[in-house]
Ligand binder design. Structure first.
Ligand SMILES: Nc1ncnc2c1ncn2[C@@H]1O[C@H](COP(=O)(O)OP(=O)(O)O)[C@@H](O)[C@H]1O
Ligand SMILES: [Mg+2]
Length: 520
């Protein structure tokens, strides 16, 4: 009870900050809300501060920065939902900065002492002042007792409690929004806040970041496109992460663009291929691909850091996305459409041909034009529009993948204004498709089919019994094939469709198996 009242008062403060930034009911969207909300918005604007940003998303971002870490994280996650928000708003919101003043050295030392159960001097030879500070954690440079240079990431003191408090406010706002403005239900504010809550809480345990880095590191070694710093597990914990220090330049450093020692074209290619190869071949990807999270060493090696957010794709999603990209590269729109239908992403009341034609409207204008004139991001935005027309339910992981792909393309284009997304993607996607459709993929399909066959065989005794009973019922004239009824009257309880379906299914699986074997 006390907590709810406290949350309510915190919500009032949140509301006030939003009002001051004209971000509660921005004038730009007044037409989309009920009259009483519009009236309230109009009145609230009297209290707004002067000299506000033009863009409503930017005003919202400014308010979130003022409100603190949980709101900043919430805004960052919200800015990834280009599929459900006005693009102008998203553009403004994406300017959200995650830069806050560092916390004092004394507090950092206390956090290390609490995590290690001893003063930091017992474990490290040196520890610098913070070199970077964000809403969740800050980073120091240090050296181990053997002289190895390390990066020490330390969570902000009491950040978990602060995040919990702010998240409670966001839950309350989402509940109220769904209750008072039922139209917002379509956007699912409650489930969105739940997702954001989970994502934020995961970021507050640095052991999970270490695990994510280690998982991507395995893929990195195999692809050979990039590296991940080594993790010092024995020095890490919930509040502390210690990793190998990387000497080099962050890609956010503009001097890279003009320094002849850096081959920006090559770096751009590596950035995109790293992202695509881990996504399509290993089903994991770094979901925060901005320049600050990439370092290039003197010998040109690309190193990715900061694994707070990890994207994951199921094998089905990997294949789905690789096929879409491949389809666009090969201009095979029917195939892309089929993939969408097979995956069940487009409801069956639409036709494959209509969908293929809509895809053609996105893909065809691209060809015959210079790759540097065609932005992958624009293509993806158009795809989002199509998905709306065809009632597609977008999967959160795929939205995250597409958003990260846009972000990655942005990084590559900054490095190389003529960056050719399609040519860079082709070898990776083609290799991935060959694997899927080649021996490995066929073996995978074959094993899948065998597994299904096994499950079917397990059910076969039931099915044969059913078929026998069906035959008997048929002979007795008890079978009624009219709609809604398997059998007439109250005679034996057997469904007509089930055994037929099983028999058909069994036959299909067997044929599938024979086909797969014949392909070797
Ligand atoms: N291993 C490292 N080597 C060199 N610099 C690092 C390393 N890890 C972090 N940094 C520096 O600290 C900054 C913040 O670290 P990061 O892990 O990205 O934290 P945040 O989640 O706050 O963005 C990076 O942008 C980079 O400048
Ligand atoms: Mg970072």
């Amino acid at each position: 009870m006390f907590r709810t009242i406290a949350t309510f008062f915190r919500m009032l403060r949140t509301g006030w900050v939003l009002v001051r930034h004209d971000a509660l009911v921005p004038a730009e969207y007044a037409g989309a809300v009920p009259w009483f909300v519009r009236l309230f918005g109009g009145l609230s604007r009297i209290f707004a501060i002067r000299g506000r940003a033009e863009n409503p998303g930017e005003r919202f971002a400014n308010a979130l920065e003022k409100l603190g870490p949980a709101y900043i994280k919430f805004g960052q996650i919200l800015s990834t939902r280009g599929d459900m928000l006005d693009p102008i708003f998203v553009k403004g919101l994406s300017r959200l900065k995650d830069k806050v003043p560092p916390f004092e050295m004394k507090k950092a030392e206390a956090m290390l002492a609490a995590e290690w159960g001893m003063p930091w001097q017992d474990r490290l030879a040196t520890l610098s002042e913070p070199i970077a500070a964000a809403s969740v954690a800050q980073v120091h440079k240090g050296t181990l007792t053997d002289g190895t240079k390390v990066a020490v990431k330390i969570l902000r003191p009491n950040i978990r409690e602060a995040m919990r408090r702010d998240m409670n406010v966001l839950h309350m706002v989402a509940n109220l929004a769904e209750f008072f403005v039922p139209d917002t239900k379509r956007l699912g504010p409650k489930s969105f806040v739940n997702t954001a809550d989970r994502a934020v809480m995961l970021e507050l345990d640095l052991r999970l970041e270490a695990a994510a880095a280690s998982e991507v590191s395995e893929a990195a070694i195999e692809t050979g496109f990039f590296k991940v710093p080594e993790i010092y597990w024995d020095l890490g914990g919930k509040d502390v992460l210690v990793i190998e220090w990387i000497d080099g330049k962050a890609l956010s450093d503009d001097t890279i663009l003009t320094d002849p020692n850096y081959d920006c074209q090559d770096i751009g290619r590596k950035v995109m291929q790293s992202f695509l190869a881990t996504s399509f071949d290993y089903g994991v990807f770094h979901a925060d691909m901005h320049e600050g999270n990439m370092i290039v060493t003197d010998d040109g090696t690309l190193v990715l850091i900061d694994f707070g957010i990890l994207g994951r794709l199921s094998p089905k999603e990997q294949r789905f996305h690789a096929e879409i990209l491949y389809g666009f590269i090969k201009r095979d729109y029917l195939r892309i459409a089929e993939v969408h239908f097979e995956a069940g992403y487009v409801p069956a009341h639409h036709t494959i041909e209509d969908f293929a034609s809509a895809l053609r409207s996105v893909g065809e204008p691209i060809f015959g034009r210079l790759a540097s004139d065609v932005s992958m991001s624009r293509v993806l935005m158009q795809l989002f529009e199509i998905t709306e027309i065809f009632d597609m339910e977008m999967q959160p992981q795929l939205i995250m993948l597409q958003k990260t792909m846009m972000q990655t393309e942005g990084v590559c284009r900054r490095l190389d204004p003529k960056f050719d997304m399609w040519a860079t993607a082709e070898p990776i996607v083609a290799a991935s498709m060959r694997r899927e459709l080649g021996i490995e993929g066929r073996l995978g399909d074959f094993l899948d089919n065998m597994d299904r066959a096994r499950r079917t065989l397990e059910k076969l005794p039931d099915a044969t019994e059913n078929i026998a009973a069906l035959a008997q019922a048929w002979a007795n004239g008890d079978v009624d094939l009219s709609k809604n009824s398997g059998l007439n009257g109250s005679s034996p309880k057997i469904s007509v469709t089930k055994p037929i379906a099983w028999a058909g299914f069994g036959a299909l699986v067997t044929l599938g198996g024979i086909w797969a074997v014949s392909q070797f």
